[in-house]
Design a protein around this ligand. Structure first.
Ligand code: NAP
Length: 249
């Protein structure tokens, strides 16, 4: 890392990559100040031990720029989820305003393999419209993103959630639990008579099993494409982010 100035790194997190980078920088002890920032969506977030964390919004790009200046942040790493476009926009704007170098660390999206039946859509509403009448979709979307499907009472959706919800916005077959490996996803889709998988192109290995299972069963995947990527520089791995911090004054 550059030595002429005390390094103050703010990581905008909420992803496994952000946590991994925070742990890596904390373990290496080459950063004088390290802060991991979370939006506060998760009730009990899994915070890395020993890493300073702050939780909650900054109050837009101006608020983030003010934070960078006030806290002596010298480098900003936007390691937020590829679909969290608002905070990435704010990060780019705030870094420019504060004169702080910014890096986007975003995991690459998935690419279709030969034989995959993907229907690309731009948003949740288009995903909803893309399903044929009477379909039985597996909605791998997270509870905060399922509301548009209440306008399709002809569908017989299957949802998976870790914790039972208080209420659902529409009638659906609810599976409680976490995603499994491809074999258990295949068993689930086959057992439930799933006709389509609906998900976002989140990328990464952790949630790829459903895509693999859909491919194996030749099920169409209605894939919500990513919002535009943040401006460069952008890297795809923790390793590259560490290298950027090392070489960026
Ligand atoms: P968003 O729409 O881009 O952000 C909305 C607002 O939440 C931002 O303007 C900011 O508030 C605050 N915020 C977001 N990330 C923050 C962070 N890391 N630290 C402090 N404030 C943050 O984002 P979202 O889609 O609601 O996602 C929220 C968070 O969940 C993100 O950090 C993301 O990494 C994580 N996440 C999102 C998804 C997803 O599917 N979108 C999936 C997994 C994890 P102010 O304007 O007040 O600063």
């Amino acid at each position: 890392m550059p030595s002429r100035e005390a390094l103050g790194v703010l990581i905008l997190g909420g992803t496994a990559e952000a946590t991994a980078l925070a742990i890596r920088l904390h373990t290496e002890r080459r950063v004088e100040r390290l802060v991991l920032s979370l939006a506060g969506r998760t009730l009990r977030p899994d915070l890395p031990e020993g890493v300073e964390a702050r939780i909650g919004g900054f109050g837009g790009a101006a608020g983030l720029a003010a934070y960078l200046a006030a806290e002596g942040i010298t480098h900003l790493v936007d390691a937020t989820h590829p679909f969290a476009a608002g905070i990435s926009r704010n990060a780019a704007e705030a870094a420019l305003a504060a004169g702080v170098p910014r890096l986007a660390l975003h995991r690459p999206g998935w690419d279709a393999r030969p034989g995959d039946r993907w229907v690309h859509v731009a948003c949740l509403k288009s995903a909803c419209d893309a399903l044929p009448p009477g379909a039985r979709p597996f909605l791998a979307l997270g509870r905060q993103h399922i509301a548009p499907f209440r306008h399709r009472p002809d569908l017989r959706p299957v949802l998976r959630m870790v914790d039972p919800p208080d209420a659902l916005p529409f009638a659906a077959d609810l599976v409680l639990g976490k995603p499994g490996d491809a074999a258990s996803e295949i068993a689930l889709f086959a057992g439930k008579g799933i006709t389509h998988v609906v998900c976002r192109n989140a990328g990464g290995a952790a949630s790829y099993a459903k895509i693999e299972a859909a491919g194996a069963l030749r099920l169409p995947v209605v894939l919500i494409d990513r919002p535009p990527a943040p401006p460069p520089p952008m890297v795809a791995s923790v390793e590259e982010a560490v290298a950027w911090l090392r070489r960026t004054p």
